[in-house]
Design a protein around this ligand. Structure first.
Ligand code: CA
Length: 218
């Protein structure tokens, strides 16, 4: 899963980023509304965390512009404490949920996970495909009930594929959601990663779509 964090206070941005990374997300951070609008309007993110008070373009305008442009990425807005008008305005503009500052990072992670799941029709944090179960909240993977130990990159790849089960995911798209923009994986890094995953969860669960990418069947 790939998340965009839009927050102009560097310390808060770093804290959010650290918690999301720990929770298995690839995180990109920007510090102003203009850049948020340009990145979120052109790149593929699974969820956006958006502070409302931002330089250059305020958060509410970012939400409005994105929705007007047809971008449906789930958005969690961060609002000032006690200002119910901001919360209402955020939801009215098209945000999916809000969280007043200050907040517990664990709550932010849980809420972001929930709006991403809802946006794709998953109602629980545990995703299943055949004998495979991925508990996205606790980051626990089991096959036929037996726990499997995965690295962070393996978990990211498996979660993205099972989240999109039934839909073939291209190598490019999967790479984008597994490696951060600042990472330069080698050309066959993804193949090696998938090979390692198959060794751990069983070879038949992840299908290769020749010349395209990978698929977990629904
Ligand atoms: Ca701010």
């Amino acid at each position: 899963m790939r998340a965009l964090v839009v927050e102009d206070e560097a310390q808060i941005a770093a804290e959010i980023s650290a918690h999301l990374t720990q929770a298995g997300y690839v995180v990109e951070t920007v510090a102003d509304g203009e850049e948020a609008w340009s990145r979120a309007g052109t790149e593929d993110f699974d969820g956006i965390i958006l502070d409302l008070g931002l330089p250059r373009l305020d958060g509410l305008s970012v939400v409005r512009q994105l929705r007007a442009a047809g971008v449906t990425t789930p958005i969690l807005v961060l609002t000032a404490r006690g200002t119910w008008t901001e919360r209402v305005a955020g939801i009215d503009a098209g945000a999916d949920d809000y969280l007043p500052k200050p907040f517990q990072p664990e709550e932010l992670v849980a809420r972001l996970g929930a709006i991403i799941r809802r946006s794709t029709g998953h109602t629980t944090p545990t995703l299943e495909a055949g004998p495979l179960r991925v508990d996205t909240r606790r980051m626990i993977t089991t096959v036929n009930g037996a726990p499997v130990s995965l690295s962070l990159l393996e978990f990211r790849a498996l979660r993205y594929l099972i989240h999109n089960k039934g839909r073939p995911v291209s190598q490019f798209e999967l790479g984008e959601h597994v490696y951060g923009a600042d990472q330069e994986p080698g050309s066959n890094a993804l193949e090696v990663l998938i090979a390692r995953l198959r060794k751990k969860i069983g070879g038949e669960l992840i299908e290769t779509q020749r010349g395209y990418g990978y698929l977990i069947r629904g």
